[in-house]
Write a protein that binds this ligand. Structure first.
Ligand code: PBG
Length: 332
């Protein structure tokens, strides 16, 4: 790029000298419309509990979901992502609770679609909240079996669609699942249900607090490196995205977020498709703890979210969603 102008005629600080001109010149911004809030659901009645690994985040029993959904409505956050905390006695090695028509996700979907029809709902398609070993798929001969797992995931996706899920989000990283799920949805006449594929999901160290929140952390044997991506790679992300698009994905997710801004940028510039970033639990607690200790100010949250927009994300899944909109309101 050719540099135009030189000092002293050109002074870039002129455009930074006061708030109004900085606002006028700003290249990126965030609003409520860019945010997706994850919500954790638990069993029981009248239960709202703190999650130890994620300060400020709670698990709600289904009857208490309206507490948080009202906030989502007030702050006009377009979509929520549901995650279940399944009690141990409902977990087994095949994750069959995923297919129970009365599981936590199904109950939550029914409630939201009845009482909060204006809120979009996204659901993970993966077995880790339901398996006794904490993996996203079924284990056969000591490995996570791709094709057997897809059979179950397809049923899980169909059940979620039937219960009113708007956006099906396969987060399992099995090969070929997007195409099979898309065909099954179409065949069952769910042609308008979207697929947000977790196309680029790294085997990351930053999921720890989340795994604790859904109760899979202490269960997990070994790691997820045989299906989630190696964090040393970026070219591989293109193949993942290209395949998922061919199979019918409407949008793709990059996850985690902040450590992978280069990937978001590359995918956006190459494919020109909606890319969603997931600011994961490990990123959340880094920022949250630093703010609580007064090492960072709250504006660090906004900075982190703007970085996703700069990189090219269309929307961001973040545990800070409500806090962010409150803060934006205060400043506008
Ligand atoms: C499960 C899933 C994970 C997250 C979202 N869906 C964890 C994992 O793959 O182990 C992580 C989210 C977060 O850390 O905030 N398939």
């Amino acid at each position: 790029m050719k540099i135009i102008g030189s000092y002293p005629k050109t002074r870039l600080r002129r455009l930074r000298q006061s708030k109004w001109i900085r606002n006028l010149m700003s290249e990126n911004s965030i609003s409520n419309n860019d945010l997706i809030l994850p919500i954790f659901v638990r069993e029981g009645k009248n239960k709202v509990e703190n999650i130890k690994s994620m300060p400020g985040i709670k698990r709600y029993s289904v009857d208490k979901l309206p507490l948080i959904l009202k906030q989502v409505q007030i702050y006009k956050i377009p979509m929520v992502a549901l995650f279940p905390f399944t009690p141990d006695n409902k977990k087994n090695n095949k994750g069959t609770e995923a297919l129970n028509r009365n599981n936590l996700i199904c109950k939550s979907l029914k409630l939201i679609k009845k009482k909060f029809p204006g809120i979009g709902v996204m659901c993970d398609v993966a077995l880790d909240p339901y398996t006794s070993h904490g993996h996203d798929g079924v284990i056969i001969n000591n490995e996570i079996d791709n094709d057997e797992t897809i059979k179950i995931l397809t049923k899980q996706a169909l059940l979620q669609a039937k219960m009113g899920c708007d956006v099906i989000a396969p987060s399992d990283m099995m090969d070929g699942r997007v195409g099979i799920i898309r065909s099954a949805l179409d065949k069952a006449n769910f042609k308008n249900v979207c697929i947000l594929s977790y196309a680029v999901k790294y085997a990351s160290n930053f999921y720890g607090p989340f795994r604790d929140a859904i109760g899979s952390k202490s269960k997990l044997k070994k790691n997820k490196k045989s299906y989630q991506m190696d964090y040393r790679n970026s070219m591989e992300a293109f193949r993942e995205v290209a395949l998922d698009l061919k199979e019918g994905a409407d949008m793709v997710m990059v996850k985690p977020g902040m450590m992978y801004l280069d990937i978001i940028d590359k995918i956006k510039s190459n494919f020109k498709i909606p890319v969603i970033a997931y600011q994961v639990s490990g990123e959340y607690i880094l920022i949250k703890n630093a703010i609580q200790n007064n090492f960072l100010t709250k504006d660090a949250i906004i900075e982190s979210i703007i970085s996703f927009k700069r990189a090219g994300a269309s929307a961001i899944v973040t545990y800070f969603a409500i806090e962010i909109v409150k803060r934006l309101k205060k400043f506008n």
